[in-house]
Design a binder for this molecule. Structure first.
Ligand SMILES: Nc1ncnc2c1ncn2[C@@H]1O[C@H](COP(=O)(O)OP(=O)(O)O)[C@@H](O)[C@H]1O
Ligand SMILES: [Mg+2]
Length: 248
């Protein structure tokens, strides 16, 4: 069964401008999908719909066959446990007044998850490559890459099935970006990943499938390798021509 399914979803922030136009997408368990498009193509808006922060104007979204209904509090609580997100900016996404322990444990508190939260936080930190002795430290003590690891630890601490990442490596310098992509690749072996990026090169290195979004429409989708070697749509060809060197 599909994990997450979008059927002919359209959305606009206002009635005069369509931001997403008839988007259909079938995310299977275990997929690692890269959602690629230029700035303004509607990637973040699509993630907002997937998170239930916004409702489509038409079309439907379902999770494991059940309609995603932001007004259904019980459904959304269960959904948030299974679907977590990492955003672009590792500086603004972590509360500077909270310790690492408190930050990473936040989903466990808000979702009222039983168990030893401290131990669950330690396990999450270890699985993102951080030392467990940082629990009492604060975000300002860490580099951008370490902060993004903390944000990823927070996203995986409750054991989600689906991890969404919105430009999660775009704010990082090149060497840090490569290491965080490696981390996400490791994690994608254990959970389903939807990775949003304007950078098709990063997506090519990380994702098995690619979805190309142009002005709110999917123009090409499928397995990464054939799309990279033989892009069908001019927009995809253009995105690829801006990448200096593709991985072999
Ligand atoms: N809160 C908002 N209100 C009105 N328009 C918005 C809002 N957020 C985004 N948009 C518009 O929707 C379009 C898609 O934006 P976005 O989803 O952020 O694209 P991307 O993430 O691909 O850069 C853009 O034209 C943008 O200006
Ligand atoms: Mg965006």
């Amino acid at each position: 069964m599909s994990l997450l399914k979008l059927d002919n979803v359209s959305f606009g922030y206002s009635s005069t401008k369509t931001v997403l136009d008839g988007v259909s997408l079938d995310i299977q368990p275990g997929d690692s999908i890269g959602l690629v498009g230029e700035s303004g193509s509607g990637k973040s808006t699509l993630l907002r719909l997937l998170l239930g922060l916004t409702r489509p104007n038409s079309g439907s979204i379902s999770f494991k066959g059940a309609a995603l209904d932001p007004r259904n509090a019980a459904f959304m609580r269960a959904y948030r446990r299974q679907v977590q997100v990492v955003f672009q900016d590792p500086y603004s996404s972590l509360d500077p007044r909270q310790t690492v322990l408190s930050i990473v444990a936040e989903p466990l508190r808000s979702l009222k998850i039983a168990g030893d939260h401290r131990q669950m936080v330690i396990d999450a930190l270890v699985s993102v490559g951080l030392e467990p002795d940082i629990l009492t430290r604060y975000p300002h003590e860490f580099s951008g890459g370490q902060r993004q690891r903390i944000a990823i630890a927070r996203a995986i601490v409750a054991g989600p099935e689906l991890l969404l990442a919105d430009e999660a490596v775009s704010a990082l310098d090149l060497s840090t970006r490569i290491r965080i992509v490696e981390l996400l690749k490791q994690l994608s072996a254990k959970m389903t990943l939807v990775f949003v990026s304007h950078d098709i090169g990063v997506v090519a290195a990380l994702c098995e499938k690619i979805v190309i979004l142009e002005q709110g429409r999917i123009v090409e989708a499928g397995a990464t390798r054939p799309i990279l070697t033989n892009p069908q749509h001019p927009y995809t060809q253009r995105l690829l021509s801006s990448v200096p060197r593709m991985p072999a």
